[in-house]
Design a protein around this ligand. Structure first.
Ligand SMILES: NC(=O)C1=CN([C@@H]2O[C@H](COP(=O)(O)OP(=O)(O)OC[C@H]3O[C@@H](n4cnc5c(N)ncnc54)[C@H](O)[C@@H]3O)[C@@H](O)[C@H]2O)C=CC1
Ligand SMILES: O=C(O)[C@@H]1CCC=N1
Length: 273
């Protein structure tokens, strides 16, 4: 299978938050023009977002399949079977199917698709919208290095794109797909702490966001272990170690590990349904 990326037609089945995130990342790469993208969903609720970018919308999943080389399945996990039962007979081995549904395994996707279908399973996260996503994908039985390269190239503007074994996808879901929500909860709690100490809410939230952004950027760009960066902030007898001690008393590390484990287990459970 070979594709000329400049003429590539990309379809999305599902028009929600994650479809919008990937579509935005995709367009930012400049490799795909809005006129080459089409999106379907049963309601017109989210169509305005795509129409504003010059992307075509439809209520027909069939139309998306018939007009696309690459099809992103961006519906909730429990709808994957329904959608694939509807469109599977139209899918050819010349097309590439990419599922982002949490928990839904490659084996399940291949079972629902015609034999020899090229399938990739992708787990993105919402910061694709700002080109700072963390994405991990795995190849199905009939997806070669070519399809993997094409996906990497298409998603290059979505953020970090890694390929790994399928067994890592549910873990990545617990760590990163869901993980941004843990960070938001932490941001909210940090700001609440500052509000409790007397800072106005809007200033506290702006500073909490910038603190998390700065910490993340330094962590990523320095390549240092987080424990080293944390140690760099701690003056002996200073403020930070008092704050860290309070976090340790609350079991922050253990609770965070529990959160990654719980979300990973839930992804695995969704795959068994
Ligand atoms: N929201 C997130 O942060 C992430 C979501 N995901 C995965 O992305 C998928 C979509 O999640 P969201 O975008 O958050 O959900 P959402 O609820 O925002 O969007 C789902 C979309 O599917 C459409 N839809 C419903 N039934 C349909 C059908 N029969 N045919 C076509 N479209 C249909 C809905 O109208 C809606 O546009 C899920 O499988 C989820 O596991 C993966 C990583 C992160
Ligand atoms: O909560 C969920 O199931 C989806 C998958 C990862 C993020 N949101």
């Amino acid at each position: 299978m070979s594709f000329d990326i400049t003429n590539l037609k990309v379809g999305f089945i599902g028009a929600g938050k994650m479809a919008q995130g990937i579509a935005r990342g995709l367009l930012s790469s400049g490799k795909v023009q809005p006129s080459s993208v089409i999106v379907s969903s049963p309601s017109s609720k989210n169509h305005g977002f795509f129409l504003d970018f010059g992307i075509a919308t439809t209520h027909s999943n069939t139309t998306v399949v018939q007009s696309s080389h690459i099809i992103f399945l961006v519906v909730k996990p429990h709808l994957i079977s329904t959608v694939l039962n509807e469109v599977s007979s139209l899918i050819t081995s010349q097309q590439i199917i990419i599922s982002v549904a949490a928990g839904i395994t490659i084996a399940k996707l291949e079972e629902l698709l015609p034999p020899n279908s090229a399938v990739l399973r992708l787990m993105p996260n919402l910061p694709c919208v700002v080109q700072e996503g963390a994405l991990l994908f795995s190849r199905g039985t009939h997806a070669s290095e070519k399809e993997a390269d094409l996906l990497r190239s298409l998603l290059s503007s979505c953020g970090l794109v890694e390929e790994g074994p399928e067994s890592f996808i549910d873990i990545h879901t617990g760590l990163s797909g869901s993980g941004i929500a843990y960070v938001y909860m932490f941001a909210e709690a940090m700001a609440d702490g500052a509000i409790k100490m007397g800072m106005p809410s809007s200033l506290a939230h702006r500073i909490a966001a910038q603190t998390i952004l700065g910490a993340g950027k330094l962590l990523r760009d320095s390549g240092q272990h987080p424990a080293q960066l944390r140690a760099d902030v701690c003056t002996p007898g200073g403020t930070t170690i008092f704050g860290l001690h309070a976090l340790e008393r609350g079991g922050l590390r253990s609770t965070t590990m529990d959160a990654v484990e719980a979300a990973t287990e839930r992804a695995r459970e969704l795959g068994r349904k």
